[in-house]
Design a protein around this ligand. Structure first.
Ligand code: RIB
Ligand code: CA
Length: 333
């Protein structure tokens, strides 16, 4: 099986933690570096969570770089503690890694990795796109160096989650998203249309909690917090799977059923639709005829059921030492 070099950009975050663990457990992905950006939590807290998760997973050698604290325009809004907890990982406390941050910014790391792996580096962006936009400014030929970029973000036909029409990753930095989506590379956009319709249920969470591995157990604990937020949306204990689904599509372990390649714009005005992804889906009634110049593949539905695959992959960590430390699981009732 081919293993491709990956750069992950994230705002760790409960579902980011799931995506990170999924990538680490996936033979198709060779994770070479991770950048943190403000989103669910500040970039600094996201970086701390990432280092601690890597330590828990036995992958402390993967470098983590601090990225942008503020979006391109304006300033960081304080994150989403009501979704991810005050520490971003559902109030679960992980043993602190002693590894330091990389001596480069996240944007610099991405540019360096793109030069080290020209034509083969895959980028997975599961937070606001500030670091990716900064990397494009540092290296305008980044789209030619990178094989492909997969972005969890946007809402094509589905409602938004931060505003009635805007999804959080795009809404938290619309200027960066506009820049990244118009940069002339092949983008796979994984919007709420598909991440809200493929959910993780309580029986899946129980499977993770029953694992002998520290990583699946920690994820199961974090999901307790996440499920409580999503109970207010779905009416039962379950959760969306935004970031791990984007990771699975990026590594090619799951495939899309409907994913037209269309023009996508981002609303950067200050009106009520700021942060909306405007996807040209007018081809819906003719099986999406080709749109000349379009480079954004918008995933609208999946082939098959994602949750069992995600759980099975995460349980691959169960061979680890069960003594690796989760020191508290305070958020789980
Ligand atoms: O809208 C969902 C996205 O916003 C996910 O990436 C979640 O982690 C947050 O960053
Ligand atoms: Ca995220």
């Amino acid at each position: 099986m081919t293993s491709n070099p990956f750069y992950l950009d994230c705002d760790t975050g409960i579902d980011d933690a799931l995506a990170l663990a999924y990538l680490l457990a996936s033979p198709q992905a060779d994770l070479r570096g991770i950048g943190a950006v403000s989103g669910n939590v500040s970039a600094a807290v996201g970086a701390r969570n990432t280092l601690d998760l890597l330590e828990l997973a036995g992958h402390a050698h993967i470098p983590v770089a601090l990225g942008a604290h503020d979006p391109l325009a304006g300033s960081f809004g304080g994150g989403a503690p009501w979704v991810h907890g005050s520490n971003g990982i559902g109030e679960v406390e992980l043993a602190e890694s002693s590894v330091s941050l990389a001596p480069e910014t996240a944007a610099e790391m991405l540019v360096r990795l793109a030069h080290e792996h020209p034509g083969t580096l895959r980028v997975l962006a599961i937070g606001p796109l500030t670091n990716i936009a900064e990397a494009l400014r540092l290296e305008p030929s980044l789209p030619q160096l990178v094989a492909e970029i997969t972005i969890m973000g946007g809402a094509a036909l589905a409602p938004g989650n931060l505003t009635p029409v805007a999804e959080a990753n795009i809404a938290n930095d619309p200027e960066a998203a506009a820049l990244v989506l118009s940069a002339g590379w092949n983008v796979t956009l994984v919007p709420l249309d598909v991440t809200m319709t493929n959910v993780l249920e309580e029986n899946h969470r129980q499977e993770l909690l029953a694992s002998s591995g520290a990583v699946p157990r920690a994820l199961g604990e974090m999901l307790g917090y996440y499920f409580r937020f999503y109970e207010g949306i779905f009416g039962r204990a379950c959760s969306a799977m935004h970031d791990p689904l984007a990771a699975a599509l990026a590594v090619g372990a799951v495939s899309a059923a409907v994913a037209p390649v269309v023009h996508v714009g981002v609303d950067t005005t200050s009106g009520p639709s700021r942060g909306q992804t405007v996807c040209d889906l007018r081809g819906l009634y003719m099986d999406y005829p080709e749109q000349p110049g379009a480079r954004c593949r918008v995933v609208l539905s999946l082939d098959g059921d994602f949750a069992p695959h995600l759980v099975e992959t995460l349980l691959a960590f169960s061979s680890e030492s069960p003594t690796a430390a989760i020191t508290a699981g305070a958020a789980v009732a």
